[in-house]
Design a protein. Sequence first.
Lengths: 301, 374
Amino acid sequence: MTVMTGDIATYNFAYLDEQTKRMIRRAILKAIAIPGYQVPFASREMPMPYGWGTGGVQVTASIIGPDDTLKVIDQGADDTTNAVSIRAFFQKVANVAVTTHTRDATIIQTRHRIPEEPLTEGQVLVYQVPIPEPLRFLEPRETETRKMHALEEYGLMHVKLYEDIARHGHIATTYAYPVLVADRYVMDPSPTPKFDNPKMDMSPALQLFGAGREKRIYAIPPYTRVVSLDFEDHPFEIQSFEEPCALCAAEGVYLDEVILDDHGGRMFVCSDTDHCEERLAQGHKGRLAAEDAYAAKEPAQ
Amino acid sequence: MYVAVKGGEAAIANAHKMLADRRRGDRSVPAITVEQLVEQLALGVDRVMAEASLYAPELAALAVKQARGDMIEAIFLLRAYRTTLPRFGASRPVETGEMIAERRISATYKDLPGGQVLGPTFDYTHRLLDPELAGDGEVPPAPARESEGEPLTRVADILAHEDLIERSAAGPQDEPFPEEPSGDLTREPLEFPMARDLRLQALARGDEGFLLALGYSTQRGYGRTHPFAGEIRMGEVEVEMDVPELGFSVALGAVKVTECQMVNQFAGSAKVPPQFTRGYGLVFGQSERKAMSMALVDRSLRAGELGEDRVAPAQDEEFVISHSDNVQATGFVEHLKLPHYVDFQAELDLVRRMRGEFEEKAKGSDTAKQEAAE
């Protein structure tokens, strides 16, 4: 394997040593073989903090090769600080090509979003996962939740959703909305908004989930049935926005609310920056595109 | 494109330059050296080595310097370095009975073979700030006595002769050490329930403050263990490794450790006769607080094995071990700094909708009340 040589320390290609990569790949293969099942793995200490994407970084580091093109997003954007930091890490330790275009990427590492542009065969989406256990907030003990998964005992989750409806009139889970994978395991999709849940269903791309601190890897193989939990009389529904993106006029996409002043002025813009920029390049124009948008922009960074 | 909280590479790079500047501080003050830290802030360096699970004083001191004295950050730096190191093999268990002890005390016997050795301790100092230390005054060398050269018998071994205390799983007086090297939770995924070797490893690298608080809680009645400090010893022990090609073990060097053997009352159970039980603590460097806390928590966590009711936090293995690692804890607590606006947006949407429904309902009931009044 290629080795990166620095002045004082030498790191293997993509930081992790080959033994560790092999261990992680074995966990990934097992995860693919049992869709939605959380495979324990010997998570390593990484040079970034736990909770900041160490699971995703380890998965990416184990599958990436010199010919890959990497895209890293956080909150849907390529230019948020942690996405910039992780992308820079892989440029440094693996010297791979990077892109912001969803279409051009072979591996996309993400935190909290699935890109708006449909993924294609051959692409891998790597999720950073903080708490892999969908039942964790109902039952804090790992020994118990593993048993519940083994017995397919998911009544507690349905009771929770039912109680939401009884109390609030609807299911009060808006992100990290639980899904049933391949008709067997209830899985946490990571804290993506439930808006993104339907994108996981029958996706042509391979979806891998890495939780570094909690030492778990799980997967959804391509073309796997992923169903958001719901009730016949309270069917699952995704968020909808009343106005289109203020910049590119896109509808049916997930929007960020941006505060413009302290009198309640605000605008809604695409959370997926690549998608928004591409639409702007195609000539789509929203309410605040061009002049207004530049007026609102902060001084050059 | 409007990017309010989205920072670029330049912003990150500049932040790091500013950090480097602040770390150095006033340039007219001489920079602190790694040697100074190793020599004069030795206990801080020891803590970093203990909780990073890497015995390397210079590297730990460098980490303390780089982290501006933030201990958890220093521990994190050293661990991130440790994780990249290849594993050659496992050493033989260190023999603390053969320690050249700088300090050795027992709270259970007034006197014992080898005697009580106070050594370099803060105990019995009066905590009065010493103005002379603000300067660089002469410090006379410590008085020294010729060592008798005899290894100090461990208190637990004295008790073991009468079977008054449970035997340790493997000790010099028992069967030989098991062939299997003990587990390593930095190489194997953590699974509950844990074997005691892994649990002790987790405690040894656990956060000193967290274990201190848990140990303290057992003394205040949350899972009381009736402990006596059977023995605390601190000093250097040899680390040896078996080399199969040579057919004998080779000394790799010496490490300074602190060991604590707690002796705990135990009334016995259906399976076990009444005898004292053990809580064990062993940490790199000089840290009695950590070794004692570890021993208290180790004993508490053995509740299940000894047939005691598990009622207190310190007896709950999943709770204790899952939250004792300060590098994991600080990472996850501090990750709340990362942007969460996608999720927050989803919550905003829900709260607005629910407020709308609430107001409508309130309006509805107002109208109903008015109608009733009319």
